[in-house]
Design a protein around this ligand. Structure first.
Ligand code: GH3
Ligand code: MG
Length: 306
């Protein structure tokens, strides 16, 4: 979708009063897709659902779970932490407002609702969110294939490695490289090579299912896959799936000395981090396994478990 054809933003309105939900929805529904939640539980569920909202208008005083708690929980969860929260409250003392902002809310609107003020503030925050999302995409997405780039991979690798060290859970990593890709480029040209990279990237990305799994393009024709909380058995299964998925693309590779079509070699490794061990240790092991797979004839994977 081009920058001028933006999809309508989605606003989640949370309030324990159906009348308030109605009033606020009426103010916003001309310009936005509006979802409503009548309590905190429902709000948290909608915020982490498949199509998360771009912004949340959150009532402070609600029975069971109040707005402060909902906000705190949204900010604790990495999947929802980036959604801007605007508190809506009939209490307008300094302390309440400060508490809301200290919990990570971006703004504070005082009831009774004044439509023009709500519209203006929501519009401003949606614009900010869009700019942030765009910047995030530009800095973490590979421009050719659309999958994650090396920067996001490195960030997530270190984050997940620390998490695995604390929890003492296994983490797996797959290093992936297209076989004889130089010969492919020489024969089909650079644009042909680019198309091949796009197809391989999509086939690899389609193999992972968990939200914490990450497939990234790390360099020219090198990819990597990060599998947090995954043991060697699960990781090897996925590695073979990836190999088979690329083979099943049946992309002709007339110049390949080993196969008539495009294939990949993979090195997979699993480890539980030792104290103060750098994440690079895992990368090195996966690279070594990949090197073995290349030497052993390509279009295969080698697993190294520590
Ligand atoms: P091996 O099976 O041992 O991996 O051999 P290889 O030819 O794949 O490995 P090598 O590292 O010799 O060559 C990688 C080639 O990938 C070199 C370059 O032509 C190509 N390449 C790297 N980045 C890009 C890119 O962004 N687009 C295209 N089209 N080609 C690229
Ligand atoms: Mg290669």
């Amino acid at each position: 979708m081009g920058p001028l054809m933006q999809a309508q933003a989605t606003i989640l309105v949370v309030d324990d009063s159906p009348e308030n939900l109605q009033v606020i929805s009426a103010v916003l529904k001309q310009d936005y897709k509006v979802k409503v939640a009548i309590n905190g539980e429902r709000a948290l569920a909608l915020a982490s659902a498949a199509e998360p909202p771009d912004l949340i208008l959150l009532d402070v005083m609600m029975p069971d779970m109040d707005g402060y708690e909902v906000c705190a929980r949204l900010k604790q969860n990495p999947a929802t932490a980036g959604i801007p929260v605007l508190f809506v409250s009939s209490r307008d003392d300094e302390e309440d407002e400060a508490r809301g902002l200290s919990l990570g809310a971006i703004d504070y609107i005082v009831k009774p609702i004044r439509p023009s003020i709500v519209q203006a503030r929501v519009r401003n925050h949606i614009e900010l969110k869009r700019s942030r999302d765009l910047l995030e995409r530009l800095t973490t997405q590979d421009h050719l294939t659309g999958i994650s780039n090396r920067r996001r991979f490195d960030d997530r690798l270190h984050l997940e490695w620390q998490r695995a060290a604390r929890a003492q859970t296994p983490m797996s990593l797959i290093a992936i490289d297209i076989d004889h890709f130089k010969a492919y480029n020489d024969h089909y040209g650079h644009p042909g090579g680019d198309q091949c990279l796009i197809q391989v990237a999509q086939a690899l990305a389609a193999c992972v299912t968990r939200p914490t799994d990450l497939v990234a393009r790390c360099g020219g024709e090198e990819f990597a896959c990060l599998l947090p909380s995954t043991d060697s058995c699960g990781a090897s299964r996925l590695t073979e799936q990836m190999r088979a998925a690329v083979e099943a693309l049946c992309l002709e590779h007339a110049q390949s000395p080993t196969h008539g079509h495009v294939t990949i070699s993979l090195g997979v490794t699993t480890a539980i981090p030792q104290t103060d061990e750098p994440a690079q240790a895992l990368v090195d092991m996966a690279d070594a396994a990949l090197y073995e797979a290349k030497s052993a004839g390509r279009n295969r994977f080698v697993a190294r478990i520590r």
